[in-house]
Design a binder for this molecule. Structure first.
Ligand code: URA
Length: 227
């Protein structure tokens, strides 16, 4: 098998990033500096930056992220990280991001290619959020969202509906992944998101999960994600 494929299977980096590691001379196979195009197997002694790589099982995890946890893995100062909620032998990391104060559905994996495919615009999965707003939202504003509001020169493909008028609760489905897009959308209408929860990602929902709890995805769910 191609070395870059093996490295991505081991959860080291995506295939493209693994090629960079090889090019940079950071990968050794059985004591010999690796070249691009080289083949190897899991039985070989493969080292990246001097560290022997271990072949991990692939994990695909769905987590109900509680508010107050960050999705970044690198932040040394963050006290509460989502990766600390998921106790697995394999080192998994979040697919995409949610704001610290957003709760809801988050995928984690150690499969770099899967993470890239899920996040890629060509594969963009629909995401549904519920948002509790500061001010009452009008039917006209909901219509505006459904017609497509322009944010930073690009239309936001979204559909919204009021769930509970008295509680200022709306559901909004978005077909894109721009940073803080839900909050920015309501801000553009002069409103403010008080609470945000992602309740659906493509075919997946939070059903059966509670904040802070997680489980492995089922084979059938992985198939439904179509990757
Ligand atoms: N949109 C936001 O504004 N925040 C999130 O966490 C996700 C989508």
């Amino acid at each position: 098998m191609r070395l870059q494929k093996l490295l991505s299977m081991a959860g080291i980096a995506s295939r493209r990033k693994s090629e960079d590691l090889i090019r940079e001379g950071r990968v050794f196979v059985n004591g010999v500096k690796a070249d691009i195009g080289m083949s190897a197997s899991p039985n070989d002694d493969i080292k990246v930056d001097g560290e022997k790589i271990k072949f991990q099982n692939k994990r695909y995890i769905i987590l109900y992220k509680p508010a107050g946890y960050v999705t970044t893995t690198a932040d040394k100062f963050a006290k509460k990280k989502v990766v600390d909620l998921v106790k697995t032998k394999e080192r998994v990391y979040p697919v995409g991001r949610l704001d610290a104060d957003t709760e809801g559905l988050l995928l984690l994996t150690n499969d770099g290619d899967f993470a890239n495919r899920i996040a890629h615009p060509s594969h963009e999965l629909e995401k549904t959020y519920t948002a509790r707003l500061k001010a009452r939202i009008t039917r006209q504003e909901i219509d505006k969202i459904n017609q497509g509001i322009i944010i930073e020169g690009r239309k936001v493909e979204a559909s919204a509906k009021i769930i509970n008028e008295r509680k200022n609760l709306v559901a909004i489905t978005i077909h894109e992944g721009r940073h803080k897009i839900v909050k920015r959308l309501f801000k553009s209408l002069g409103n403010y998101v008080l609470e945000l929860r992602r309740v659906r990602l493509g075919p997946l929902t939070l059903q059966g999960l509670k904040p802070g709890k997680w489980r492995d995805l089922k084979e059938k769910e992985l198939e439904m994600l179509n990757c």
